[in-house]
Design a protein around this ligand. Structure first.
Ligand code: MV4
Length: 448
């Protein structure tokens, strides 16, 4: 195992990674910006180094400075967490050049998944179902119209270089396609510096269900079941759970096998997630692969008993994955609520500021992954995720009850949080009945 690891992140995920290192007896190095001098991850690490001013471009994305700190501190490896540098293949390459181990997949695997059309082609060849559409880019509007006629309306125009819903639009007829094409082209160019687009059949009322995978450096690959992540707001996940109420054992087996094929097709190593859209008839389609640890990984940990961050470290250190597919079961049910510094009464407007009171209960089966503390000031510079609440129960109802108890007894003062939204959501008939589709939040408003 490594002696020392640099954690190239901040907030709750930096804390989570530091805890995993502590469990394995690994020393930790934190990095921080001017805005994070008082941050929890800095206090928890064995050493901490200042890397720049608050904007991420000058601090947490400052590749050369972070690598310099890693080398100076004597760290052998670097954990990128999620976001920031986590899916940056050239950063992973730079680490390798400098003799540092990047705790994540090989840069080649990241690159294979970074470009959507390429990823679709690889998946199609590997026998992983993809959304009907084209696997070569589209040259112009005329070609788009042709492809749309073939697959049938409605279609979705997407950016080849894209992700996260940016530069993506539905077209229900040829006239809408003309507008969407122009719009998406401009967005794709602005956001990704690449205007190329492709088309997919539009899947109505889809669910977002993803499969966790683990693979060691020798290609031994397993899946750890699904997470249901359909409850989202503007492509930002809000509540996640495992298992999904929509997935039966047969579908789980099929999706799991497809996810393993996807990982093998790109020679994947370390922890990863294969995202699928699932339609109301339970057809599933590959959407993208996330080549990092994800925010919602704890619901998988709590239902499988597998510590995913620990395995990330072990695999990166060259250990074989000793878990076998038949070792992975599902124990009970887990739900995660993302606690953001946002005001749900003001259209989820960010609510930075000083936390004057922070009291989170300790309950059996309840886990809180926290990045803040009482007296800490939430900076407007970063993602407003304060903490994640994860509740486990032998049944889904049990998990919901425990989460409601935790949310109801948490005291936060000084800033607004998304806690009132979560209480409303978990109490709704819609959520209780497991009707957690991608339009859950709109439907919740109607139910009120
Ligand atoms: C789709 C879709 C319907 N049909 N693709 C949104 C984010 C991006 N990763 C993919 N997304 C979608 N792609 C086809 N062909 C609907 C969505 C979508 C969505 C997907 C998962 C969770 C929430 C969503 C909210 C709006 C749209």
């Amino acid at each position: 195992m490594f002696e020392k690891v640099l954690v190239a992140n901040r907030g709750e995920i930096a804390v989570r990674v530091i805890q995993a290192c502590q469990k394995l007896g690994v020393k930790t190095v934190a990095v921080y910006s001017d805005a994070d001098r008082e941050a929890l991850h800095v206090q928890m690490a064995d050493e901490a180094y200042h890397i720049g001013p608050p904007p991420v471009a000058q601090s947490y994305l400052n590749v050369e400075r972070i690598i310099q700190v890693a080398l100076e501190s004597g760290a052998q490896a670097l954990h990128p967490g999620y976001g920031l540098l986590a899916e940056n293949a050239s950063f992973a390459r730079r680490c390798r050049e400098k003799g540092l181990i990047f705790i994540g997949p090989r840069p080649e695997a990241m690159e294979a998944m970074g470009f959507k059309v390429k990823a679709r082609r690889i998946m199609q060849e590997a026998g992983v179902p993809i959304v009907p559409g084209n696997v070569d880019g589209i040259q112009d509007l005329e070609e788009a119209k042709e492809v749309a006629r073939e697959i049938g309306y409605p279609v979705m125009v997407k950016a080849s270089a894209g992700g996260g819903g940016i530069g993506m639009q539905i077209s229900r007829d040829e006239k809408e396609l003309e507008q969407a094409f122009k719009m998406c082209e401009a967005r794709a160019k602005a956001y990704f510096g690449d205007p190329s687009l492709y088309l997919e059949k539009y899947i109505e009322e889809p669910r977002h269900i993803e499969i966790q995978v683990l693979a060691d450096n020798d290609g031994h690959t397993i899946h750890l079941n699904e997470r249901e992540c359909s409850v989202q707001r503007r492509h930002q996940k809000v509540i996640e759970e495992a298992p999904s109420t929509f997935v039966d054992p047969e579908l789980r087996q099929k999706m799991g096998a497809a996810a393993v094929r996807a990982a093998r097709a790109i020679g994947y190593n370390n922890a990863g997630t294969v995202e699928f859209l699932v339609d109301p008839q339970r057809n599933f389609y590959f959407l993208e692969m996330n080549t990092r640890i994800q925010v919602e990984h704890p619901v998988t940990e709590m239902t499988t008993g597998v510590d995913l961050v620990e395995w990330q470290l072990r695999i990166a250190a060259g250990e074989p994955l000793t878990l076998k597919q038949e070792d992975i079961g599902i124990n009970g049910h887990a739900i995660e609520c993302r606690i953001y510094a946002e005001d749900p009464d003001k259209n989820f407007m960010p609510s930075p500021g000083k936390i004057t009171r922070w009291q989170v209960p300790q309950l059996e089966g309840f886990r809180a992954d926290v990045g803040v503390y009482e007296g800490y000031t939430v900076s407007p510079y970063y993602d407003p995720l304060l903490a994640k609440f994860i509740a486990w129960g032998p049944t889904r109802d049990g998990a919901i009850e425990l989460m409601l108890r935790a949310l109801g007894t948490t005291v936060v003062e000084g800033i607004k949080t998304s806690i009132p939204f979560h209480i409303k959501a978990l109490q709704s008939k819609l959520f209780r009945e497991g009707r957690t589709t991608t339009n859950f939040i709109d439907q919740l408003k109607k139910e009120e």
